[in-house]
Write a protein that binds this ligand. Structure first.
Ligand code: SAM
Length: 249
């Protein structure tokens, strides 16, 4: 690929700007809760793909013997190293050409990255390639078929049709790319690549400024805990989490 295909976080303080200075405690807790439900308890080699500064490392450090944080951004990886030191190994590169051997990892996760991916098919093939047969991938997908997006479309405030399987491209990669996916579209890719889907969770169900004003974070988090499984079949939360397995040969 000669075109620019990576949303570049070099020089951007994602940790401070997106998490520490913003009201996202609920979203952070919702991600962690889903990961705890989906990741295997014990893994030999694990990689957090597009793991940034390792925001979610507490959820996997105790479950894996060897932990890699992989990212394109050296800024993010440097922060991860400062925080976790020898507990992790960082690897820099681009998702479309992962620096892992075939069948090398027992587990991996990729959270809050799909919205930067123009080529979902290619990215999923790479994840499949580096996993061992029997290995697990926990993938978070930025959903285009959410309730607010449906409302915006039917009232004419948005031209993006959330019911259409086509990828929603809100910003090009040259402007830090922003894509949302229809659940059916990604599920077809998972099947085509060879993954089996073991579990699906609906995540960040109550991501809404109004709800955050009414409810305390810990109450939203309690409701989220129940909703993640119950609402999974309708797939209209902003984040859909998949537990995928590469079948044994
Ligand atoms: C929104 S952050 C998510 C970080 C982390 N997973 C989390 O949930 O806090 C997206 C991350 O994906 C990385 N990224 C985006 N496109 C990438 C690509 N093509 N290859 C490698 N990393 C990429 C960015 O550098 C950034 O660290």
């Amino acid at each position: 690929m000669s075109e620019k295909v990576v949303s570049d976080y070099n020089g951007y303080d994602y940790k401070k700007i997106f998490w520490e200075e913003a009201d996202r405690e609920y979203e952070d807790q919702a991600d962690r809760m889903a990961i705890r439900k989906l990741l295997p308890k014990r893994m030999e080699k694990f990689a957090d793909i597009g793991g940034g500064y390792g925001r979610l490392a507490a959820e996997y450090l105790k479950r894996a013997h060897k932990v890699y944080i992989f990212d394109y951004s050296k800024t993010e990886l440097q922060q991860a190293k400062e925080i976790y030191g020898d507990k992790i190994e960082t690897k820099v590169g681009d998702i479309y050409k992962l620096p892992f051997k075939d069948n090398e990892l027992d587990g991996l996760m990729m959270v809050r990255v799909t919205h930067h991916l123009k080529y979902m098919n290619k990215a999923m093939s790479e994840l499949y390639r580096v996993l061992k047969p029997g290995g697990v991938a926990v993938i978070e997908v930025a959903n285009k078929r959410t309730l607010p997006k449906m409302a915006r479309f039917v009232t004419g405030r948005s031209k993006v049709n959330p019911f259409d399987k086509k990828v929603a491209n809100y910003k090009e990669i040259s402007a830090n790319g922003f894509y949302n996916y229809h659940p059916k579209y990604v599920e077809e890719i998972f099947d085509k690549v060879g993954f089996t889907t073991e579990k699906v969770l609906s995540v960040s169900n109550f991501r809404n400024k109004g709800l955050k004003k009414i409810f305390k974070t810990n109450n939203l988090v309690k409701m989220e805990d129940k909703a993640q499984s119950v609402l999974a079949p309708i797939r209209f939360a902003p984040s859909i989490y998949y537990k995928l397995r590469k079948p044994e040969k």
